[in-house]
Design a binder for this molecule. Structure first.
Ligand code: PBG
Length: 349
C-alpha cells in the first residue's frame, strides 16, 4: 500500500474522532506566549568571566581557546572593562607566574601577578566582583595542585610524588589571605584538598576577613575537558594526573559527600565542574543544598568544542552557546563561570 492510499482510506489528518483536550502547543503559538511561560532566563549577571593574567605587556591568544588570551595586568583591566560594559559583573583570575618552584612562592607574593591584577581591577572598576582561583598547579614547577611527597615533606607511608594534603592546606590559606589583602571579593579554592575550606576560613578569619566569602570548587572531577585550560594557564602536571584528589567521573553519591563537607566547613557557595557532562550532578547537588547559591564551571574543553565547530561552520555559535548556558542554569546553577560570558551577555541584549 502506498502512503497516498493509506491517506485516502483512513487519514489521521482528516479524521477528528479523538477530542484532544490537552494541547501544550497552545502556549507555544507566539513569541510573546513562549516568553510568558519560559521557565529559565539567562542574564548577564549570572556569569563570571575567567581572565588569565601574566607578566609583561600586551596579550597573546591561547592555542586551543580562540578568543581567550593571556593578558598583561593592563590588558586584564581592559578586558574587565569590556566585561562590565556588556553587563557581566564578575571575573575570576588565574595567574601565570614569572618563575615556578616546588611550592609556588609567587602564589602568595605581594607583587605576584594575581595580586597585581586584583589591585588594578579593583582600582579601575571598584564595582567589579573579583573572584580568585586558589590552587597551586599554575605556580608549582611540577604542575601539581599541592606539595609533593619529596624532600623535606617526605612521608614514608605514601608513594613518592603523591600530592600531600595537609602541608598544602597551609599554603592555600596563605594564598587566600594574600588575595584578600589585595581586595579580592571572593576566593575560590579549586584544588580538591580535604579540609581546604576549613583551612582557608580559619586563615581568613584570623587575618580579619571574616566577611570574605568562599566559593568552593566542591565537586570537581578529574576531567579531560580541562585540556585547553592547562595550555592557557600553563598548569599541566609534568607527570601523572590529578586522580588522587579530583573525583571519578563515574560518581555522584560522592558529590553529595564532598558538598556536605564543604557546607559544614563554612563554604558560602558550592560549585560543580565541569558543567555540560555533569548536568545531572548539578541537579542533585542543588536539590540537596537548595539554601546555598551554586556555581557551575563551563570549562575550557566545552568552550573549545563549540568554538571549533562554529569556526568550521558546523553549528551556529550564538545559538548553541546560549542553549548550552541555558541548560546549565536549568539544571540548577545560579552562577556560571564561562569563557563565553562576554559574548553571551552581548547576544542576550
Ligand atoms: C586548577 C584549575 C583547573 C581549572 C580551573 N582551576 C585545572 C585543573 O584542575 O586541572 C580548569 C578550568 C577549565 O578547564 O576551564 N587551578
Amino acid at each position: 500500500m502506498t502512503l497516498l492510499e493509506l491517506d485516502t482510506r483512513q487519514s489521521p489528518i482528516t479524521n477528528h474522532q479523538l477530542p484532544i483536550k490537552n494541547r501544550p502547543r497552545r502556549l507555544r503559538t507566539t513569541p510573546a506566549l513562549r516568553a510568558m511561560v519560559r521557565e529559565t532566563e539567562l542574564n548577564a549577571r549570572d556569569f563570571i568571566y575567567p581572565l588569565f593574567v601574566r607578566h609583561g605587556t600586551g596579550r597573546s591568544e591561547t592555542r586551543s581557546m580562540p578568543g581567550v588570551y593571556q593578558l598583561s595586568v593592563e590588558e586584564a583591566v581592559r578586558e574587565a572593562e569590556a566585561a562590565a560594559k556588556s553587563g557581566v559583573s564578575a571575573v575570576i583570575l588565574f595567574g601565570i607566574p614569572k618563575e615556578k618552584d616546588p611550592i609556588g612562592l609567587e602564589n602568595f607574593a605581594e607583587d605576584g601577578i594575581v595580586q597585581q591584577a586584583i589591585r588594578a581591577i579593583k582600582k579601575e572598576i571598584p564595582e567589579m566582583v573579583v573572584v580568585t582561583d586558589v590552587c597551586l598547579c599554575e605556580y608549582t614547577d611540577h604542575g601539581h595542585c599541592g606539595i609533593l611527597n619529596t624532600g623535606e615533606y617526605f612521608h614514608s607511608s605514601l608513594p613518592e610524588g603523591y600530592v600531600l594534603n595537609d602541608p598544602t592546606l597551609d599554603v592555600l590559606a596563605k594564598v587566600a589571605v594574600s588575595h584578600a589583602e589585595c581586595g579580592a571579593d571572593i576566593v575560590a579554592p579549586s584544588g580538591m584538598m580535604d579540609g581546604m575550606v576549613a583551612s582557608i576560613r580559619d586563615g581568613l578569619d584570623g587575618a580579619g576577613y571574616e566577611n570574605l566569602p568562599i566559593m568552593s570548587y566542591s565537586v570537581k572531577y578529574a576531567s579531560a575537558f580541562y585540556g585547553p585550560f592547562r595550555d592557557a594557564a600553563e598548569g599541566a602536571p609534568k607527570f601523572g594526573d590529578r586522580k588522587s584528589h579530583q573525583m571519578d567521573p563515574a560518581n555522584v553519591r560522592e558529590a553529595l559527600r564532598e558538598a556536605a563537607l564543604d557546607v559544614e566547613e563554612g563554604a558560602d557557595m558550592l560549585m560543580v565542574k565541569p558543567a555540560l557532562a555533569y548536568l545531572d550532578v548539578i541537579r542533585v547537588v542543588k536539590d540537596a543544598f537548595p539554601e546555598l547559591p551554586m556555581a557551575a564551571y563551563n570549562v575550557s574543553g566545552e568552550y573549545a568544542m563549540i568554538k571549533a565547530a562554529a569556526q568550521n561552520g558546523w553549528v551556529d555559535e550564538a545559538k548553541v552557546t546560549l542553549e548550552t548556558l541555558t541548560s546549565i542554569k536549568r539544571a540548577g546553577a545560579d552562577v556560571i563561570i564561562s569563557y563565553h560570558a562576554v559574548d553571551a551577555a552581548r547576544w542576550l541584549k
